[in-house]
Design a protein around this ligand. Sequence first.
Ligand SMILES: O=C(O)C1=C[C@@H](OP(=O)(O)O)[C@@H](O)[C@H](O)C1
Ligand SMILES: C=C(OP(=O)(O)O)C(=O)O
Length: 413
Amino acid sequence: MHLSWPGGPLRGTAHPPASKSEANRALILQALAGGGTIGNLSDAHDTQLMQRLLAAAPGSSELSAEDAGTVMRFLTAYLSVTNWRGRLTGTARMQERPIGVLVDALRQAGASISYENQEGYPPLQIEGFSAKSDGAPTRLAVRGDISSQYISALLMVGPYLPGGLRLELTGHVGSRPYIDMTAALMQRFGARYSAEGNALTVLPQPYQSTDYSVESDWSAASYWYAMVALAPAGSEITLPWLRRESLQGDQTIAKMMTHFGVKTTFLADAVHLQQQPAAASTEPLTLDFTDCPDLAQTVAVVAAALNQPVEMTGLESLRIKETDRIAALQAELAKFGGDLRDLGEGRFRTESNGFAVNGQSVATYHDHRMAMAFAPLALRGPLTIEAPTVVKKSYPQFWKELAKSGFAISEAD
Ligand SMILES: O=C(O)C1=C[C@@H](OP(=O)(O)O)[C@@H](O)[C@H](O)C1
Ligand SMILES: C=C(OP(=O)(O)O)C(=O)O
């Protein structure tokens, strides 16, 4: 996909899709509740896939979560407690994304799960569930530093464990807002949940059918923030349906982007982004991505392009996402004169040395966020995004929305 910007400010309205994180939780909760309507589901492939697999599960003995982490992890727990038997697999990359922490916890709760190939990684054979019958809550301790999706998966099935669930999170907990999102949605479906620090309790009370409308996706909105930051002076964009009161931790992009000259105004049913002259600084700013790992690529690219050094921490989970996102960022930023330098001890610094956009071709590594994080650079010069359909995972309309906003887009040969 060739992208370029004809010149002048970026203006208008753009539409982020509905959140795939919220949608995939709501779909699991709906399936467990046995009813209710989930409104505003998007065409994101991960959401469509979750819907399809939940519908297909009763009559299938083989399901593929493809490249969707939430689908793989949430279904492993859901299929276990609903006594499903069969094979749950995923793409080659999914078979490299660890799941051992979740499988160990589910086994302790009564699930029979075995690995087909490598211990700790999909594909899984799920062989039903025999719950303990002493009436006491299932007590599990789970480390929180690999993926919060294991914790969300366990919490969501908690009401269906006899005696409920007492879950203790150990170690450094990453992606915490996603755990809070899970708890908030469970409560909307009638769950009784409480948390005292890292001790989480779910009582054995089944979900009630509930109607829920999914919010727009703040992670997707981050690419519009990046565009406003990189566009010519006077640029502004309105994003309908994003709200200040959000279950999504990635809403913090509004705060982060103040450092890159983007001002956010919350309107009744939209946010309005405006470019403002940012105080140029060569002092590195430190930003922590422990709670919002999906924003890291957006921010790294903007920081390098604006020659605003940022020290980035909390990037540990990036190596086990759709690709090794640290390696991918380093390789692709280097094409422009940028870098994400590894300073050791979990610290990285964005750097630029004559950063220029002049026709480079960006590889996307089967990662929607690589495509969407680098696309805003087209405001600074022409570039090509390889394998552009990768955006379908979370934001299938992304290129159409860019075209509507005035980008010149043509298919690569
Ligand atoms: O629960 C979720 O919906 C998600 C949790 C995060 O993953 P980790 O918990 O693995 O960091 C995030 O990166 C992912 O895109 C979605
Ligand atoms: C990491 C992501 O998704 P998942 O883990 O659900 O595949 C993502 O969307 O950036």
